[in-house]
Write a protein that binds this ligand. Structure first.
Ligand code: AMP
Ligand code: ZN
Length: 496
């Protein structure tokens, strides 16, 4: 299966057979979150898409080193951004130390990824911990003649770079058009050209996040941390680099220019960009004020939601579309996803319970075997086709039909034989749990269930059915719950 995986490469704009540089090792770098506010569900969609890619590559037997950074320098948000100190600003607002801000939002991000069952990356480097390496890379770019210093700040010289290389290969933007399209350098007079971007910025007196460098006390530019950390942990050229579509330009374009400028090599073989989660067709974003926070979803407190939705419902909802399509977030879509998720999990519970029963006198039905084999093949075909989870889910529901037929007896076990039977159940379980990362969410209202058992216990007591009374006591005890007979009622407690 390994050599059948095809990935859409944003750099070549083609679907290509995945051939890692150094198999079975795969290096994958994903731009991580900025940690001066909470992640919203749009951000989550991107991280979830890479979670699937990571899981599937591992499933195929690759040894993946997955690096996802933490952007904690409070970086510039665009090339026109004059360096507002995002973390410093948030620290003042919340009356916290800047490092408390970083820790608070990194913790919150980790809680969210755990709730949605995202696997942890293998390395999670932070930009702050790599300032020295960033300073070194700025030095290299100056030495190579593709950067210049002005008043303690250093900029990448895009025109100079473009004399020998091609700026814009990833986004398809043309330098002449970029230059013609931008009006003036207002507020950015230091730059030789509007297309140049900051590698190092001299900090204004009020800027809190600042470090010593040969040029000034300042902070690194927006794009530098990812070039530095990906090179440090994955090498000058590595297999996969990803992020949301909105990072393609300028962030990833500039990363390419920095790495080619410093090391003379294309840094990445396969660029993967995920599409946006939208609300009423508009990109979900903090600045547009249309973002949903995970917490608003779990409590159902958002005005556009009619009820709370669980993390696995949302995970299922997101996986029902391919990562390269936009996905619109709505209450109706979530309602439908809630049903779909439950159906899939009922299948999971059944697949785990179902035992093969040999039936006398039933012959192998070649057509049934072929049909099930084809469904399994189609699941893998979908995943091998640029991680198409939408199609894989559709095929999984076909496999579920077979599992249901086996459980009701419409399809006899012996018709497909033991080998195909175990392939059916193991494929279903593996795809749902290991690759899609959908797990069974146990109902949170455990106490409600204990009350139901207490009612049965009371009934048994009244009927003086002491065997039943003992049995119910013993069953609850097995789960660490002890019943307490009180004067007028029955209480319970966790066994200590
Ligand atoms: P940020 O913390 O803003 O740098 O965003 C983290 C990741 O989320 C980046 O890869 C963004 O491209 C991605 N992202 C931001 N908004 C959305 C959205 N509405 N849908 C999908 N991904 C998004
Ligand atoms: Zn990045």
């Amino acid at each position: 299966m390994q050599n059948q995986l095809r990935i859409y490469n944003s750099l070549t704009r083609k679907k290509e057979l995945f051939e890692p540089l150094n198999p079975p090792f795969v290096g994958m770098y994903v731009c991580g979150p900025t940690v001066y506010n909470d992640v919203h569900l749009g951000n989550l969609r991107t991280f979830l898409s890479f979670d699937i890619i990571y899981r599937y590559l591992k499933h195929l037997g690759y040894k993946v080193r997955y690096v996802r950074n933490i952007t904690d320098v409070g970086h510039l948000e665009s090339d026109a951004d004059e360096g507002e100190d995002k973390i410093g600003k948030r620290a003042k607002l919340e009356n916290l130390e800047p490092m408390e801000v970083v820790q608070k939002y990194a913790n919150s991000f980790h809680r969210v990824t755990a709730e949605f069952n995202l696997l942890d990356p293998d390395i999670e480097p932070s930009a702050i911990a790599h300032i020295q390496e960033q300073i070194k890379m700025v030095g290299t770019l100056l030495e190579k003649g593709v950067a210049y210093e002005v008043n303690g700040s250093v900029y990448f010289d895009v025109k100079k770079y473009n004399e020998h290389e091609k700026y814009g290969i990833l986004s398809g933007r043309k330098l002449e058009e970029l230059m013609a399209g931008s009006r003036d350098l207002e507020g950015q007079e230091e730059k030789r050209s509007i297309v140049d971007f900051a590698l190092w910025k001299k900090a204004s007196p009020s800027h809190i996040m600042r470090w010593e460098s040969p040029w000034s006390e300042g902070f690194p530019g927006w794009h530098l941390e990812c070039s530095v950390m990906s090179t440090k942990y994955l090498g000058e050229t590595f297999d996969i680099h990803g992020g949301g579509m909105d990072l393609k330009f300028p962030h990833h374009e500039c990363e390419i220019a920095q790495s080619v400028g410093a090391y003379g090599k294309q840094p990445v073989r396969y660029w993967i960009h995920t599409n946006m989660l939208t609300v009423n067709g508009q990109k979900m974003s903090k600045s547009l004020g249309n973002s949903f926070l995970p917490q608003e979803l779990f409590t159902g407190s958002h005005e556009l939601l009619s009820e709370p939705y669980s993390p696995m419902t949302v995970r299922f909802f997101m996986l029902q579309s391919h990562y390269s399509s936009t996905l619109d977030f709505s209450d109706e879509a979530l309602k439908a996803a809630k049903k779909g998720y439950k159906k899939m999990i009922n299948g999971l519970v059944l697949a785990k319970k179902l035992q093969y029963k040999p039936e006398e006198g039933v012959e192998i039905n070649a057509k049934a075997v072929e049909q099930t084999d084809r469904i399994i093949e189609n699941i893998y075909r979908a995943l091998n086709d640029d991680f198409n989870t939408a199609q894989a889910i559709a095929q999984l529901f076909n496999l579920l039909k077979k599992i249901n037929s086996l459980s009701t007896g419409n399809l006899k076990f012996a018709e497909i034989g033991e080998e195909t039977f175990s392939k059916v159940t193991s494929t279903y379980i593996t795809i749902v749990e290991d690759i899609l990362g959908l797990i069974e969410e146990k109902p949170a209202e455990v106490e409600g269930f204990i009350d139901i058992i207490i009612d049965l216990y009371k009934e048994a007591k009244q009927a003086r059915d002491y065997d039943k009374v003992d049995e119910l006591r013993a069953k609850l005890k097995k789960y660490g719950v002890v019943l307490k007979d009180m004067k007028d009622s029955i209480g319970w407690a966790y066994e200590e």
